[in-house]
Design a protein around this ligand. Sequence first.
Ligand code: BES
Ligand code: ZN
Length: 345
Amino acid sequence: MRLVELEGQSPVWMSELEKIKLKAKGVNFLDITDAQDLGLQFKALRTSSFPSPNAADKVEPILKTLSTKGPEENLKKFSSFRTRYYRSDTGRESQQWLLSKISEVTADNASKSLRKLISVKEFPHSWGQNSIIVRINGTSTSDDGVVVIGAHQDSTNMWPFLPAPGADDDGSGSVTILEAYRGLIAADFRPVRAVEFHWYSAEEGGLLGSQAVAKAYEISSTNVLAMSQFDMTAWVKRGTREEVGIITDFVDPDLTTFNKELVDKYLNIPYVETKCGYACSDHASWRKAGYPSSFTIESSFENSNKNIHSVNDRIDISDEFSFSHMLEFSKLAVAFAVELAGWSE
Ligand code: BES
Ligand code: ZN
């Protein structure tokens, strides 16, 4: 049985099948079974302010090194699993593939001394597909803050037992942040504060993976300065202007303003404000735990990819699937990391 929370209502118990049927009807909910006390340690949401971006001398050289090559190869493979559904065998296999790819990228791009600052770990879950956490330790001994960049690795079909390539949702975000990570370590990035890259399991099950991780950080009083979610970064709808969708609901307003400044300063395309209207991705778990979080997406909510949660969420479905659009989001993630975590000489 699962404890399911519908927006603004008290949680109700239901079976896994009832949960799937509810989802198929288009009802939005959180599965809070394993994180019922998320956020209870904090009396109020933390308030923090973010500086205006000022590290162009560090950020810009890295942006030039980012490429669509890795993301294209990686997403071809990642979207070839029958499904990455978090309760499936292939969901477990895709996670193991991702873990080995991250280790390979680390070995191939980090200097020997930087490798000592990096850890690549699984965050285990009961359902088999684990979340993955990569950490670049900060050089500061006094600042225990951590900057988190996230995406969800799982996919789903509206009927979870059917195939779900999940190329855009959220294969795109998963390879977008991997390319940002590659660019940073290849540039021998030495953050002052720690930077972590998270690939969550079971977002599609109701933010299960990110709630478990956020709960662990809350319990250990980990000082998360900022969390930025990348979920769907590839789609440019035909006939529309290419832009970054900045989600303005269920987010931290100051961190969201900071993201707008990053887009203006570092990207080749403008942003547009938009809303999900509900707690639509993993940033919401961090917000619930009391941490500042933000969410940037491929377009306005209206112009986003309508093939998600179907067999058609594929790279080759149309020329609206754009790797150069994805690259803009890797740039955003690099800027987010360097500007917020700092660079120690
Ligand atoms: N990537 C979607 C969220 C999304 C969809 C954002 C369309 C913008 C446009 C995410 O993976 C998802 O499917 N979320 C669920 C809710 C979640 C709590 C299970 C959804 O939107 O139904
Ligand atoms: Zn989805």
